[in-house]
Design a protein around this ligand. Structure first.
Ligand code: NAD
Length: 280
């Protein structure tokens, strides 16, 4: 693709950093996953667009990605269902030959104060946000280890990128299921990184701050809500899905080949304890 393509968002590069690689993004028909799948395709990767509801939205993402001249298809699977995750990665190996990049992005919230939180709400969030990432990482790691390094494709045997959150380290009242799942994602990522690094597999996390997507619409869709939110963001803007997508492309690429077991916070400074900015 020529440099400076008019379709690209301002400030992004058309460099084909991931040319010839094959990526799978879970929860890729909405928000951060959608932007990430598109950014990976723009960077030259073939992309599997996973979704669990709304096939039409997934097909639109596939069409957008194919516009970059790479391969793409949509695949319905619930990331918390072992058989469906195994089937999803098996099909990808069959159809694309292998997998080079797994982006475990799918996630959800079921908010309640602790005394109101049902076991079902706790379990659902842990199942999707934590167990789902484990299953996706495990299936990708099996294929990475089977195939090994292909130097013309990448310096590493494969990359796993866990979509975490600032709530990997920031407690969040009224969201104990979500914060616990993301805290777990941090340790899942580090332990997998330690275990898989000798196999030349890189595992890292990208941890968004407040990003404008459906998951947190209440936090930004009125001027008052947005003003309150901005107090928590030193950089004083709510993030866009593309902010996260660009970070994922960078972490997945060989430019960051020596980055192993790290969480990249992409949060406008939200983890800088902004409440202490004027004293404390
Ligand atoms: P979103 O609601 O737009 O997207 C979530 C996606 O996950 C959707 O496509 C949804 O259908 C999918 N999903 C849910 N359950 C699934 C399942 N069982 N199997 C497969 N897919 C499933 O929200 P988003 O903001 O784009 O969230 C994406 C990720 O980013 C999540 O892991 C979320 O925790 C994380 N995150 C978001 C923010 C933010 O501010 N938006 C901040 C920190 C972390």
């Amino acid at each position: 693709m020529a440099a400076g393509n008019a379709d690209e968002p301002r400030g992004t590069s058309s460099a084909q950093l991931l040319k010839g690689q094959r990526a799978l993004v879970t929860g890729a028909n909405s928000g951060i996953g959608l932007a990430t799948a598109v950014a990976l395709g723009r960077a030259g990767a073939d992309v599997v667009v996973n979704y669990v509801v709304d096939a039409d939205a997934a097909e639109k993402v596939v069409e957008q990605i194919k516009g970059f001249g790479v391969r793409s298809y949509a695949h319905e699977a619930d990331v918390s269902n072992e058989d469906q995750v195994v089937g999803m990665v098996d099909r990808m190996v069959n159809d694309f030959g292998t997998i080079d990049i797994m982006v475990a992005n799918a996630g959800l919230q079921r908010d309640a104060s602790v005394t109101e939180m049902t076991l079902a709400h706790w379990q659902k969030v842990i199942d999707v946000n934590l167990t789902g990432q484990f299953l996706c990482a495990r299936e990708a790691a099996k294929e990475f280890m089977r195939r090994g390094i292909v130097p013309e494709v990448s310096r590493s045997a494969g990359k796993i990128i866990c979509m975490s959150s600032v709530h990997q380290i920031v407690p969040w009242s009224g969201h104990v299921n979500y914060a616990s799942s993301k805290g777990g994602v941090g340790m899942l990522m580090q332990t997998l990184a330690q275990e898989l690094a000798p196999k030349h597999i890189r595992v890292n996390a990208v941890a968004p701050g407040a990003i404008r997507t459906p998951i947190n619409k209440d936090a930004w869709d009125t001027p008052q809500a947005e003003a309150d939110l901005l107090k928590l963001i030193p950089y004083r803007r709510v993030g866009d899905p593309e902010d996260i997508a660009n970070a994922v492309v960078a972490v997945a690429s060989d430019l960051l080949d020596y980055v192993v077991g790290t969480t990249l916070y992409v949060d406008g400074g939200m983890t800088l304890f902004p409440g202490f900015a004027t004293g404390g």
